[in-house]
Structure formats: C-alpha cells, structure tokens
Design a protein around this ligand. Structure first.
Ligand code: SDX
Length: 429
C-alpha cells in the first residue's frame, strides 16, 4: 500500500500521499491541503519545502554528495570539460564526440555580440560592479532577440537561445572586466576553446601576443564545472520562479544573476577574499575573527562557511581546496591569503560553535584564492560563479518548461491590521 501522511486538525483526520524520489527522498504531497482543510503550511526560507521534482542534480547534505545527472562531481571535475558538463546538465546525457563538437562549434559561432551591446557599455559608470552590468546585458539580449519572449518556442528555437546565452555570456563577462579596467575590448576568437577564449578576452591586449596557459585553462574548467548546478538554490529557484510566468530564458537568467549577487549566496566568494584581506591587514590573527563570527551582537559572519543544505563538508570545497594548492604551486605563487584561509578553516573546524551548528567551508571559501592566482580581480568573482552556474540555470528553466509547471505563487499568513475605515488627512494627527 502506498505510504501516506495523516494530519489531524480540529479533531478531523486527513490523509495526504507521500511521494518518493529515485534516491528515496520522501515528501508529503500537500497539493490538496487547503482545499481539504482550509489550512496552508508556512516555512520561512523553504528549509523544509520542496518546490519541484527534478532529474538534474542530486545532493545529500548530510553525506556531502553531489551528482549531475547521476555522475559524481568528483569524476566530472577530474575527467570532463565545462562544455561537456553543460551539455550533460542541459540535455541529460553525456554527449557523443559528434554531439560535443557540434555543441562547442555552435557556441563558438555565437560568441560575437551585436555591436550595439558595445554602445550600452559606454553608458555604465566605469566603477559599475560587473554583476550589475552582467545582469543588465543578459536581460538586454531579450531586446536583441525579441522572439525569445514567446511562450510557444519550438525545441529548435529554445536550443538556439541556449547556444546564444552560453556563448554570449562569456564575451559579455570578459567585456565587463575590460570596461571596468578601461582596456580595449577583445573580440572572441573562433580558433580557441571556451575557457581559452574567455581568458583571451579577459587578459589579452591588442599590443602583444597572448600565451594561453593550459594549467590555467584546466583550473578554470574545473572551477566552472564545480559551480555548474546545485539543485534548488536561491538563484536557481529565482530562475524557475521568473520562468514559470513564461518569461524569456534571458529575463529569467538575468533575475538569477541578481539573486546570485547577494552576499549570502554567490556574492560570498568576493566577501571571503575581502575577509581574508581584512584579517591579513589586521595582522593575521584569525582568532579575533572567529570570536566576531560567534558574537551574536556582531553582524560579522565567517564568509564561505555554513550552508543551508550541507551539514558536512561541501564536496566542492574539498576539490577546490586541493585545486588551490595545486594551481598555486604549479604557478609558483605563494599567496599569504591561502595560509590565512587554511588557519581560519582549522580554527573553525575545532571550535564548538561551528561544530554544533555543523558549519563547514562551502564552495565559496577557497574559490577566490584560485581566481586571484589566475589574475581575476575580486569584483569579478561572482561573475565567474554566474558563468559556471549558467548551464544549471538553463537546464532547470528548460525542465520547468518541459514539465509544464504552473506559475509559482506562494501563499501567506496575513498578520496586518483588521478592516478599518479611511480617515481624511485633516482628521489625522
Ligand atoms: C552558496 O543553496 C546553495 O546551494 C547555495 C550554493 C550554490 O551552489 O548555489 O551552495 C552557493 O550560496 C554557498 C553559501 C555562501 N554563503 C556564505 O558563505 C555566507 C556565510 N554563510 C551564511 O550566511 C549561512 O551559513 C548561509 C546563508 C549559507 C546558510 O544560512 P542558513 O541555512 O539560513 O543558516 P542560519 O543563518 O539559520 O544559521 C544557523 C546558525 C545561526 O546561529 P544560531 O542563530 O543558531 O545561534 O549558524 C550560524 C547562524 O548565526 N551561522 C554562522 C554562519 N553561518 C551560519 N555563524 C557565523 N558564520 C557563518 N558563516
């Protein structure tokens, strides 16, 4: 007999079906709760609430497991490439060589952006945060491809929008950096792979030859793979919610970029670096900052620590921590911030406050050390997170559309004033 959940309200018993996923996660299906009982549920921050069923990413926060379409993140990070993982997330299977070549070729062909995009750059103040520019220009793609707003796009039209977005975000992201630095913008090169092309657009100058460093390309592929999806996190839930209103892929992803920018979410990678620099400037005493993080009266948090779902080590943090060691030694860089990060981690992991709250380093704790080592400035860290997360956002938006999910519209419990009559302004005190 199928499992069900019994709810007793006002002396009356109600039964609700239990649904179970392929990894045996169980959920009480309350689709008929309000109709049958007049009650709703409330769950601030959705800590116990599933928004959807999804076949894209599985994570187990207690065991520190993360898999994309069933493949462990550890294997993908070591053996795959970012575009191959993007294809896997978006289309559900590892591509054949022909499929991967076509996917890569299509993306390469679409890396150029409309010349009018360059003019939009001129309108931003030079000190504009790259995330503000990125979210604006990704949304602006809707203006350049107005047909993308149609809710009745064919598979081919959706695939074209996917290719355009994967391709143009790398050019736009690199241009936000060059614009910020006052450097000439670099046009993409069709003879380079995705990550090499991004590094070329970011760091080359028309005045000299740019040497692609394969060690940096490899580190960038790994970082983007590790950020590619993470089930129903804040920014992905934003993309799905905006997309559920039949908003375009570009508009939905632009909303996700803004959610990711939040310092409690993807913006944490920039905050971690700034925190490490503050500790360094303060003399390197990590215990002071651990005490601040524990002090309820101090708003300071140990950025890069803690996670809504992982109550064990974030598996991505483990891989990135090792990659940071590898990249810095390969490049012969001795970054004192890495040592401060390692000391901070050790101090926190042996401190009762962090242990009892199950606070471990998350994906953002070490990623900035690598970005810094490969020359990416702190303000661009969250842009790098968005570049990596894009295939996940696309896959989740596509799944939501293909499953014809209804428009998202949560309920509330009203706690405001009861009915009262309008008072003319002359009677108000
Ligand atoms: C990402 O969801 C995802 O999957 C996100 C992400 C992805 O790939 O999409 O993994 C990417 O966003 C990673 C998280 C990056 N953010 C940070 O590193 C910011 C610092 N961390 C926190 O602010 C916090 O841990 C969150 C936001 C990540 C999680 O917050 P929760 O789950 O709402 O937990 P909480 O705020 O209720 O904290 C529980 C307790 C509290 O103490 P008590 O009130 O119980 O005494 O833990 C404390 C918090 O004060 N706490 C921290 C802390 N994080 C939680 N105390 C000090 N430093 C911290 N970092």
């Amino acid at each position: 007999m199928a499992e069900s959940a019994e709810l007793i309200l006002d002396g009356k018993s109600y039964s609700f079906p239990v649904t179970e996923g392929t990894e045996h996660e169980k959920a009480i299906d309350i689709a008929k709760l309000r109709d049958q009982t007049g009650y709703i549920t409330i769950d601030s921050g959705y800590k116990n609430t599933g928004a959807t069923k999804s076949a894209i990413t599985f994570l187990d926060g207690e065991e520190g497991i993360l898999r994309y379409r069933g493949y462990p993140i550890e294997q993908l990070a070591e053996q795959s490439s970012f575009l191959e993982v993007a294809y896997l997330l978006i289309y559900g299977t590892l591509p054949t060589q022909a499929e991967l070549d076509n996917f890569s070729h299509q993306i390469t062909k679409h890396t150029l952006v409309h010349e009018d995009v360059r003019k939009i750059f001129d309108g931003f103040p030079s000190a504009a945060h790259p995330m503000a520019i990125l979210s604006s220009l990704i949304c602006a793609l809707t203006a350049f491809y107005p047909e993308s707003v149609s809710p009745d796009l064919s598979k081919e039209e959706i695939d074209l929008n996917v290719i355009r977005l994967m391709a143009k975000i790398s050019t736009i992201a690199a241009w936000t950096y060059k614009n910020n630095m006052g450097h000439p913008l670099n046009y993409p090169r069709n003879d380079l792979d995705y990550c090499s092309n991004f590094l070329y657009m970011m760091f080359s100058f028309p005045t000299e030859k740019y040497e692609i460093d394969s060690r940096i390309v490899s580190a960038l592929n790994k970082l983007l793979i590790l950020h590619a999806d993470h089930e129903q996190n804040c920014s992905t839930s934003t993309v799905r919610l905006v997309g559920s209103a039949n908003a375009s892929l570009y508009g939905s992803v632009s909303a996700g970029i803004n959610a990711l920018w939040g310092p409690l979410h993807g913006g944490a990678n920039q905050e971690v670096l700034e925190m490490l620099q503050a500790i360094q400037k303060d003399g390197g005493d990590t215990s002071k900052f651990i005490a601040k993080a524990k002090d309820k009266n101090d708003p300071f948090r140990l950025m890069g620590f803690g996670h809504r779902v992982y109550k064990n080590f974030d598996p991505r943090a483990k891989i990135i921590k090792k990659a940071a060691d590898d990249v810095l030694s390969a490049l012969g860089i001795n970054d004192p911030l890495l040592k401060i990060a390692q000391e901070l981690e050790q101090a926190a992991l042996t401190d009762e406050y962090f242990i009892e709250r199950k606070l471990y380093p998350n994906v953002d704790f070490y990623s900035g050390i690598i970005y810094r080592a490969i020359g990416i400035p702190t303000e661009m860290f969250t842009v790098m997170f968005a570049l990596g997360r894009l295939p996940g956002w696309i896959a989740q938006w596509k799944e939501m559309r293909e499953n014809k999910e209804p428009i998202g519209r949560p309920r509330q419990v009203y706690t405001g004033e009861l009915e009262r009559d309008y008072v003319g302004i002359e009677q108000r005190s």
